[in-house]
Design a protein around this ligand. Structure first.
Ligand code: SF4
Length: 374
């Protein structure tokens, strides 16, 4: 039985105009972007619009569509308009559209297009200038902070800013002060914050992690949780809200935590259907299915019904005995599959962030036990 698709990620541009030091697209195991066209063609866009309309008619739930890259705004205004207007025509309004951008290419005409097509914007920024520019750099190593900030200000000045701006996405840098990052983003007036752990695995440790037993990122997120809880008017932080919900018996809203399966369909720049692109950080081709599925030749509902697609979705459930025996499995979920990889054992490992997860979960549980009525 197939799991209905809940998220569609469109890699509308395979290149980026900046070169963050931690980016899985260019800096880790995979060279697949070199085999892709730099941006989606008109014919691929038209095929996607048609195929996603068909998919929605064959399943009983809506899905979220995220434009991703590289940098998705490199697609250019004309092709973006074709894609977004096409999707708005072929899909019901309940299917949300969003763009994950580095913000440096945001302009008022582009924002007008995003407003017209009810597309929201999340901007990647890692904190104040010194923190952001230590990793989010251009190809000449110059920082991107000012250009990103200019994009955020352009977004916030737009008459439809409240509907357009969904929040920021920040990659955790464990050597920084979480309070400083939170205060900075809060001071920017962002409506929500998302945080991601740096990519890495057992064979190539994430930046900032000393070893499997260390918990730098867990401590950082626990510090962020404390700052968040002490703010009388907090800005929502999805990863921490999800953790609290799971500890109180609810469900997470996104992949990477808890026991629920997410069905995420990825369409690459040439129209190829792939696994979650974060798997590119494991080995060259780690995000590829054996079958050469493409929107140019295959119906998405047929792909989703195959055993290979089901196996890919099931990968979210960990297989390693340490996870299967873990008392925190129902909260942690084993973390995202990319973090479980090692060159010798494949995905049959606990998350490389296991100790971080345990540290953060016990920190938040202690807080809830102390603050909620018994
Ligand atoms: S990654 Fe670690 S904390 Fe998470 S379920 Fe596996 S053993 Fe438990």
């Amino acid at each position: 039985m197939s799991v209905p698709v809940d998220t569609v990620l469109l890699k509308v541009a395979s290149r980026c105009n900046i070169a963050c030091s931690y980016c899985y697209v260019y800096q880790l195991g995979d060279q697949g972007w070199q085999r892709q066209p730099s941006a989606m063609s008109q014919s691929t866009i038209d095929a996607i619009v048609g195929r996603l309309g068909e998919l929605r008619r064959t399943q009983d739930r809506d899905f979220a569509i995220v434009l991703h890259g590289g940098e998705p705004l490199l697609l250019g205004e004309a092709l973006l308009a074709r894609l977004l207007n096409g999707l708005r025509t072929s899909l019901p309004p309940e299917c949300t559209l969003s763009v994950q951008t580095n913000g440096t290419l945001l302009t008022t005409p582009l924002l007008n297009l995003l407003e017209e097509t009810e597309t929201t914007v999340s901007v990647s920024i890692d904190g104040p200038k010194e923190i952001n520019d230590s990793r989010r750099v251009r190809f000449d190593q110059s920082g991107t902070f000012e250009a990103t900030l200019a994009g955020i200000r352009c977004l916030q000045r737009h008459p439809a800013a409240e509907r357009l701006f969904s929040g920021t996405l920040t990659v955790v840098e464990p050597s920084t002060d979480p309070g400083e990052v939170y205060s900075f983003l809060r001071g920017l007036g962002v409506p929500g914050m998302s945080f991601l752990l740096p990519d890495g695995n057992h064979s190539r440790l994430p930046p900032g992690k000393a070893g499997f037993d260390s918990h730098e990122a867990g401590e950082w997120l626990a510090g962020l949780f404390d700052v968040y809880m002490s703010d009388p008017d907090p800005v929502p932080i999805r990863v921490l809200d999800d953790l609290v919900k799971l500890l109180l018996g609810g469900s997470a809203s996104k992949e990477g935590m808890g026991p629920d399966l997410n069905s995420i369909l990825i369409i690459d720049t040439d129209g190829t259907v792939t696994k979650n692109d974060t798997l590119k950080s494991t080995f060259d081709g780690g995000d590829r299915f054996d079958e050469p599925w493409s929107v140019h030749s295959h119906a998405l509902q047929d792909i989703v019904r195959t055993g290979a697609f089901r196996d890919y979705v099931e990968m979210q459930h960990p297989t390693n005995q340490q996870c299967l025996r873990c008392p925190e499995l129902s909260v942690c979920g084993g973390g995202m599959p990319l973090y479980r990889w090692s060159d010798d054992r494949g995905f049959d490992n606990p998350s490389v962030y296991c100790t971080d997860h345990l540290f953060l979960i016990s920190h938040v549980r202690r807080y809830l036990n102390a603050h909620l009525p018994a």
